[in-house]
Write a protein that binds this ligand. Structure first.
Ligand SMILES: Cc1cc2nc3c(=O)[nH]c(=O)nc-3n(C[C@H](O)[C@H](O)[C@H](O)COP(=O)(O)O)c2cc1C
Length: 364
């Protein structure tokens, strides 16, 4: 199965990259992640000063990660003198150097990083919501390098399409969507305190919880702005998630939190599983998914659920959750009654049935 994809002018062996973060924080970490088969490398965000990071700084549960990290805790000179030159020699795949944040930071950093970078990914996480300012940062970087520029968008940007247009108009080549969501917070009830975070107790949220937000932003941009690549990131934990992002309009994807939750093996596992999952959904290659147009179907006509009594275990979940009091489970008589006049065709019962005994609402 051909997993190749083209993004930022590169041909990648597969569409999986690490997202910027601790796993790509120095030379040996990057080489370890690279050896797990990813198609390209993205570094931890380098800025003009080392980050001073509160500890603890990472907390994870099954479906999310919270973090209080900033950018690289290493000084830029360490990257320029040691890490990037060694990577340039050892890496056998595109090296995307993540940088942040202001025009002044770019003035200082880009000329020094340019000899080592195949492309730049620019974090906009701490530069606010003003897309005019994003435009000025892109223009500044473009004046300093000929390399591809991917602007990483944070989900607090109110107008993702405007952001992408601004990137394109000022000479950028791609949008990476999305950075972590926030501010968010974790409470330690036992001790009547905020568990961890910045001086205000705030942290950033990432991982599977944020995937639906990331998908919507990727699709909003890719369906509205031509001539710009979109790289999808946010909550990917398996090969099916990768296919979703590619269908939403991404040409490649990145992930971090699922590696923090489930372990670093996840990169290899996703790459190994991708052919199987593509085949299961009838795709012949990654490019086949990328070139498939995602249908949007909008309907005002309700469709009512059909209940397959051979599959139904009479568990009663549909009755318990129905927001319209339209479905009733009679265990003794082994029957489920749908009152069509009450049913709104919302779909909740179908999505919550644990044995797929309900169908008909979402199908087209
Ligand atoms: C611990 C941690 C550190 C991160 N550091 C950075 C960073 O330095 N630069 C950046 O652009 N994004 C950073 N991110 C955001 C991720 O690159 C990514 O955009 C976000 O976590 C969503 O993807 P995920 O759900 O796969 O983790 C960090 C995320 C985490 C969890």
């Amino acid at each position: 199965m051909n997993l190749e994809t083209e993004v930022l002018g590169f041909k990648l062996e597969n569409p999986i990259m690490p997202a910027s973060g601790p796993l790509v924080g120095d030379f040996s970490k990057i080489m370890d992640i690279s050896n797990r088969g990813v198609g390209a490398i993205v570094t931890k965000t380098i800025s003009t000063k080392s980050a001073v990071v509160p500890r603890p700084c990472i907390y994870a549960e099954r479906n999310f990660v919270m973090n209080a990290e900033l950018w690289s805790e290493l000084p830029p000179q360490e990257w320029i003198d040691n890490i990037l030159p060694k990577l340039r020699e050892e890496l056998d795949k595109p090296l995307i150097v993540s940088v942040g944040y202001t025009e002044d930071d770019m003035e200082f950093l880009i000329p020094k990083l340019d000899p080592f970078a195949d492309a730049f990914e620019v974090s906009t996480h701490y530069v606010g919501k003003d897309i005019e300012r994003i435009g000025r940062i892109v223009r500044k970087i473009r004046s300093l390098t000929k390399k591809p520029i991917a602007m990483k968008m944070s989900p607090h940007i109110p107008d993702p399409v405007g952001f992408a247009k601004m990137v394109k108009e000022n000479g950028g080549n791609a949008v990476v969507a999305i950075n972590s969501v926030g501010p968010s917070m974790k409470i330690d009830v036992e001790n009547r305190r905020i568990l961890f975070g910045d001086k205000n107790g705030f942290v950033w949220l990432s991982g599977p919880y944020i995937k639906p937000i990331a998908l919507a932003m990727v699709h909003a941009i890719s369906s509205s702005v031509n001539g710009i690549d979109v790289i999808g990131v946010g909550g990917i934990r398996d090969a099916s998630d990768v296919v979703e992002f590619l269908l939403a309009g991404a040409k490649a994807v990145q992930l971090l939190s699922s590696a923090l939750i489930y372990g670093k093996d996840i990169y290899r596992r996703i790459i190994d599983n991708l052919p199987k999952v593509l085949k299961k959904y009838g795709f012949e290659s990654v490019k086949d998914v990328v070139s498939t147009e995602l249908k949007v179907e909008f309907s005002l006509e309700p469709k009512h659920p059909r209940i397959d009594l051979d599959r139904c275990t009479l568990c009663g979940i549909c009755e318990m959750v129905c927001p319209y009091w339209a479905i009733w489970v009679f265990k003794d008589e082994r029957k489920v009654v749908l009152q069509e006049e009450k049913c709104f065709g919302c779909g909740l019962c179908e999505s919550r049935c644990p044995v797929d005994a309900i169908s008909g609402v979402f199908e087209r």
